[in-house]
Design a protein around this ligand. Structure first.
Ligand SMILES: [Zn+2]
Length: 492
């Protein structure tokens, strides 16, 4: 197949004139994972204003449901079978059920299993950080292990690819399938920008942090109950990669929610939404000194749930960076929502995400109307302190970028739906791509006029090229009263 990942990779390293394709393939991905480590290191050195994973635990991995491979021999010495169908596990709001699916274009590169977008899936990846927190609440971490050799690439030796839900194979196949679906959705959107990076997936990485506080107290934590995306930059002969991470589930989460995050299509669609945002925006953002947010090396889907850290690390005053981070989250939620064809309750039954992060719901879980008024935008941009009870899973505090997704997801989804009634998800997602392309242009003009307001304005101006926006604007304007340039664009 002409579009095989391996040949695609090879086309980027052809001038190495190495005959051993296997070596090239490996060196690229090994380099990518090395970059991941350095990416995490670099970002952890920044002030880590938020900590998005989970409250600190007293001992590492005590509560984690680590999954094992069902075919361990296949994983170490087998050769993957070329499959086109598999059993995945999907959450429907009430329960997770097995589902037989087609995986068109799945291939085997030498021994590893790959899909059209995901070149390989790593398992057994581990990384260990040592961190300190100073009086100002700044966290600095260094990667103590720098171990990039522990991982393996997923292999599938069963022709029917049916594995128990609690296996590493089922976890990975499920996440690969949903990520691949998000990729196919992108390809179905008219006018999409070509050249979106191929991806890698990491299943249940063991990322541990030993955190030493100023009073000498030591806490250990393991990243869990989350999913994340980062873009690994191109380097040398290695092209850029999208990197998707699915963290392990804790027993506590599993008992309360009865699901794993990778079983929820919206979650992988959200992460792919970041991939799309990054594809359009990254270069322009970086040329103006802004970065596509990656906390602890990675963006993630869950809001901050670590109140202790959050209170001490609250407000950054870099308005342009905050704007990009918040709009990135809203964009990812909208991408996921339209990929799910605007269905209601795509996040049903999932703590912290249901209702509040559902772009179909006009209110937060606490019943507050979504939208950005002056007070909320002042909190987000650091001119005012949050007065909320600081439980983002109930009512957003509006000082985290995921709160911008809560505030803007529904009003902007409604705006696009009113512009494009009776349309399919891919036709609504066109508005997002036109928006992304306009944001790219805005960023190219410099960071001085980048705010949540000016970024949202670009969606409205872009939508006007699709038709009469007066009805959609009439509904939207009261919901974005804190965004004066956007309101003005509606009134134009
Ligand atoms: Zn996100």
């Amino acid at each position: 197949m002409a579009s095989r990942p391996l040949s695609w990779l090879l086309s980027h390293c052809i001038h190495l004139e190495l005959k051993m394709s296997r070596t090239i393939y490996f060196s690229n991905i090994t380099l990518a994972l090395t970059l991941l480590a350095s990416c995490g290191l670099k970002l952890d050195k920044k002030n880590d204003k938020q900590d998005d994973i989970r409250p600190e635990t007293s001992s590492p991995s005590s509560d984690i449901r680590w999954l094992a491979a069902e075919d361990p021999n296949c994983m170490t010495s087998g050769t993957s079978t070329r499959i086109t169908s598999a059993t995945i596990y999907q959450w429907d709001g009430l329960q997770t059920s097995p589902k037989a699916v087609q995986i068109p274009g799945a291939t085997v590169d030498d021994k590893e299993f790959a899909t059209q977008n995901i070149l390989a899936s790593a398992i057994n990846y581990s990384q260990n950080y040592k961190c300190t927190i100073n009086e100002a609440g700044e966290r600095k971490c260094v990667n103590a292990t720098k171990d990039n050799t522990s991982y393996k690439w997923l292999r599938i030796c069963r022709s029917n690819a049916t594995y128990a839900r609690d296996s590493l194979e089922a976890m990975t196949l499920t996440a690969m399938y949903f990520t691949e679906s998000a990729y196919r959705f992108y390809n179905s959107i008219a006018g999409n920008m070509s050249g979106i990076s191929k991806s890698l997936l990491i299943s249940q990485p063991k990322i541990t942090r030993e955190i030493i506080k100023t009073n000498g107290e030591v806490k250990n934590r393991v990243d869990s109950d989350n999913a994340a995306f980062a873009e690994l930059p191109a380097s040398g002969n290695s092209p850029s990669y999208g990197l998707f991470m699915i963290y392990p589930t804790t027993q506590g989460w599993f008992t309360r929610n009865k699901n794993n995050l990778w079983e929820i299509p919206f979650v992988m669609n959200h992460e792919f939404g970041h991939h799309v945002f990054s594809h359009y925006i990254k270069e322009s953002a970086e040329s103006t000194g802004l970065t596509i947010k990656a906390r602890n090396g990675l963006d993630s889907i869950m809001p901050n749930r670590d109140n202790e850290l959050k209170q001490r690390m609250s407000l950054t005053t870099d308005t342009a960076q905050l704007a990009l981070d918040g709009v990135n989250e809203a964009f990812a939620d909208l991408y996921a929502y339209f990929a799910g064809n605007s269905a209601r309750d795509q996040l049903k039954g999932i703590e912290c995400l249901a209702i509040s992060r559902d772009p179909a719901s006009a209110v937060t879980r606490a019943g507050q109307q979504k939208g950005l008024d002056q007070s909320r935008i002042d909190i987000y941009e650091g001119r005012r302190s949050s007065t909320s009870a600081n439980n983002d899973c109930y009512e957003p505090s509006y000082d985290d970028e995921h709160d911008i997704a809560v505030a803007l997801g529904q009003p902007l989804a409604r705006f696009i739906e009113t512009m494009a009634p009776q349309a399919q998800g891919k036709d609504r997602a066109r508005y997002l791509l036109v928006w992304a392309s306009r944001m790219q242009t805005l960023l190219n003009q410099g960071r001085s006029n980048v705010t949540v307001d000016t970024l949202v304005r670009e969606l409205i101006l872009g939508a006007k090229s699709f038709g009469n926006s007066s009805l959609a604007c009439r509904e939207l304007m009261p919901r974005i009263s804190g965004l004066s340039a956007s309101v003005a664009a509606c009134n134009q």
